[in-house]
Design a protein around this ligand. Structure first.
Ligand code: NI
Ligand code: MN
Length: 227
């Protein structure tokens, strides 16, 4: 059994495992780097890390079209329910849940979470997935925090880390994050979507691979890796 991860640019991932499709932070409409349209997005589950528009994105439309179950914090769950999304599963930071496809735990993230209409979106989160014996940590939007070391103690196969700077960790802090987490592999995200988060991922890859034991997977939007 393998886990296939496709990067749709920004923080949006499609995780496919044993026929189940998990779509994370589906910011597709209005995303200049998105390789698909929102109409083409397939999902059995959608996971939303926080309320910002570049993460909630097309969640409501895709959930209504596909019937996907949306996993988010309780505040975003309430907002989605009010938008008419029928299948929602609330979790919160520190809490994990065993789904048929595997487990996901919500982790801390240092960021904001207001929803697009100004509704309070609770605290932002990251995701720690346990799927087919693999551990995937998607940090989502966050600054560097020392407790990433605790997440790393789980033994992370793939860390998905923002490197864009300005709104999240930049290249220097995400390199420090790799040192704290010590994952086998890293996928940099949340860069080059807009001019203010422009970064050179090739330079970052060489720094990480020189200073840590992690391999860096550089994907173009729409490309995949398999664990
Ligand atoms: Ni954000
Ligand atoms: Mn963001």
């Amino acid at each position: 059994m393998s886990v296939k991860i496709t990067w749709y640019s920004h923080a949006c991932l499609l995780i496919e495992t044993d026929g189940t499709r998990l779509l994370v932070d589906p910011f597709i409409t209005g995303n200049p780097m998105a390789p698909i349209s929102a109409d083409q997005a397939a999902a059995d589950f959608i996971l939303v890390s926080h309320g910002h528009g570049d993460h909630v994105g097309d969640t409501v439309a895709i959930a209504k079209r596909t019937g996907a179950t949306v996993v988010s914090n309780f505040e975003i769950h309430n907002w989605l329910t009010a938008q008419g999304v029928e299948n929602c599963h609330p979790q919160h930071i520190g809490g994990g849940f065993d789904y048929a496809w595997g487990r996901v735990k919500l982790t801390i993230a240092h960021h904001g979470s207001a929803l697009p209409d100004g509704t309070y979106g609770g605290n932002p989160c990251g995701f720690l997935f346990y799927i087919q014996g693999k551990k995937i940590y998607h940090a989502c939007d966050t600054g560097l925090f020392y407790d990433m070391k605790l997440i790393g103690e789980e033994g992370i196969d793939l860390a998905v880390l923002p490197i864009g700077d300005n709104f999240t960790m930049g290249p220097d802090d995400s390199l420090r994050a790799v040192k704290l987490i010590q994952p086998k592999q890293v996928l940099p995200i949340h860069y080059n979507t807009f001019d203010i988060i422009k970064q050179d991922p090739v330079v970052w890859k060489s720094r990480v691979e020189k200073e840590t034991g992690a391999r860096v997977a550089l994907l173009k939007p729409g490309e995949s890796l398999t664990l």
